[in-house]
Design a protein around this ligand. Sequence first.
Ligand code: B1M
Length: 211
Amino acid sequence: MELLDQISEHVQKGMVKEVMLLVQQAIDEGIPARIILEQGLHRGMGIIGERFQKNEAFVPEVLVAARAMNQGAALLRPQLAAAGVKAVGRVCIGTVRGDLHDIGKNLVKMMMEGKGLEVVDLGTDVTPERFVQAAKQQNCQVICCSTLLTATMGAMEEVVKAAEAAGIRDSVKIMVGGAPVTEAFCREIGADAYTPDAVSAADMAVRLCAS
Ligand code: B1M
């Protein structure tokens, strides 16, 4: 099996040690870092993401795959920086004020990283002001808000209002998601995009960063 296929396969299985050895072997063989990243690590993460979307893979498998991808990507960082390879875009993500759930948010983050996005993780219980501050200070093109609680959905509208008040609404897109969130709610609060799952969220963020 070709080396890049092996990297992809081992990412899907979440085999950290093997992924790191294979990535090092690929570097030693002179394969460009960008190719290793896209055709090995990100491809593996993309495949597990699609399986997760079809209910053929489950949360723990996605988490270990993401860990393997991230460890492999860490080995490539110096080469990527030296080659001037830029991220596809930069977003910030958090669970909104009052909400401590973070499993879904973490999955969304990992899928986004698997698509080559830089993700600033603000954690849980994030205030509207903190989302806006992070987007301004770290030049994020998209603010990604997650919530699992019906009671905290209102905090998403506050993020939209805080972005307007800070004068950044025209330059930043706002994405919302999480189990109780719907497309209609997204439109009602004036956010830019709703997606139902982690894979579609990552695809949407890539599109918004490119627009
Ligand atoms: Co809580 N909890 N919980 N909980 N919890 C739910 C969500 C609940 C549905 C359970 C129930 O009553 N049946 C209910 C919410 C009801 C509601 O308001 N609609 C609930 C409640 C009420 C609570 C507490 C209030 C309970 C209490 O204390 N009385 C409390 C709240 C604490 C707080 O946040 N302030 C609470 C606490 C907890 C734990 C701490 C025990 C734990 C969280 C651990 C953690 O996250 N670190 C927990 C858990 C685990 C759950 C359940 C069991 C599982 C949630 C989960 O992780 N799902 C949940 C019941 C259930 O779903 N069966 C429940 C898996 C995850 C992968 O899915 O997060 O939906 P999800 O993410 C998906 C999509 O939604 C989407 O992509 C992900 C992957 O495809 N997505 C996005 C998510 N964010 C996105 C953002 C996007 C796009 C897509 O764009 C930006």
